[in-house]
Design a protein around this ligand. Structure first.
Ligand code: SF4
Ligand code: SF4
Ligand code: F3S
Length: 265
């Protein structure tokens, strides 16, 4: 309660804004507490009231006033083809804004699979050369928080950790916080006993589906997907894709669009 709020600049590249949609639904902690008591969200062009030159001036101010102290949160990624012209922010390519703000930040958070891996806009043939954030920012720590979108409480959990312990969370080899991405969906899935017993849904709406059997044979990618959905779940812990009757499509894994996760098995 006595700690100063961490300045956060939240940029948006090529993306769909649903990482923000997820974030604003955080229940533990409540997103209102995060925004009003934990961080100082100095810039977020999606939700801020300021616009135009007034908004751009805030970036300049943060860059100088909080040099070395602010978190650069990035939703989406920069397209690099044609000098970055496929994503223009404030009249110039997004990649320029991204590199400029990364220069004086303390650390970068890549929100979601767009920023972490590239996601759908980087799927073959990737016409704009959409590029994950860590491939353009190489001299700062980059925390990847993948998922399409990531779970709200995972997003606010990462911020809470940084604020509470004044350090970055421990990451795995791919740069994801171990506390949320250290296990596969399959490791904690409530349908796992059916997998172990060889009880599978063979076709949509069959008897196995009605009995809640394992979804592996209808394409579930839980065994190869690292995320916290089967433990933290979604919507404040209510449910997650597998609980709603659909297999995991591996939305937090690198290249899930191209690697057969999406309605192929
Ligand atoms: Fe949207 Fe998914 Fe990208 Fe997040 S990761 S901005 S949810 S497309
Ligand atoms: Fe594993 Fe998916 Fe079956 Fe759950 S539904 S046990 S994650 S294969
Ligand atoms: Fe995504 Fe699979 Fe979770 S599809 S939301 S990682 S269960």
């Amino acid at each position: 309660e006595t700690k100063p709020r961490i300045p956060v600049v939240w940029l948006h590249g090529l993306e769909c804004t649903c990482c923000s949609e997820s974030f604003i639904r955080s229940a533990h902690p409540l997103v209102s507490d995060v925004i009003l008591s934990m961080i100082s969200l100095d810039y977020d062009d999606l939700i801020m009231a300021a616009a135009g030159h007034q908004a751009e001036a805030i970036l300049e101010e943060v860059r100088h006033k909080h040099a070395g102290n602010y978190i650069l949160a990035v939703e989406g990624n920069p397209p690099l083809n044609q000098d970055g012209m496929s994503c223009i922010v404030g009249g110039r390519p997004f990649v320029e804004q991204l590199l400029e703000m990364a220069d004086s930040c303390k650390a970068v958070i890549s929100w979601g699979s767009c920023a972490s891996w590239g996601c759908v806009q980087a799927a073959r043939p990737n016409p704009t050369r959409a590029t994950p954030v860590h491939e353009v920012i190489r001299d700062k720590p980059v925390i990847k928080v993948p998922g399409c979108p990531p779970i709200a409480e995972v997003m606010t959990g990462v911020l809470t950790y940084i604020l509470t312990f004044d350090r970055l969370p421990e990451l795995d080899r791919q740069g994801r916080p171990l506390m949320f991405y250290g296990q596969r969906i399959h490791d904690k899935c409530y349908r796992r006993p059916h997998f172990d017993a060889g009880q599978f849904v063979e076709a949509w709406d069959d008897e196995g589906a009605r009995r809640g059997y394992c979804l592996y044979k209808v394409g579930c990618k839980g065994p190869t997907t690292y995320n916290a959905c089967s433990t933290i779940r979604w919507n404040g812990g209510v449910s997650f894709p597998i609980q709603s009757g659909h297999g995991c499509i591996g939305c937090s894994e690198d290249g899930f669009w191209d690697k057969g996760s999406f309605y192929q098995h």
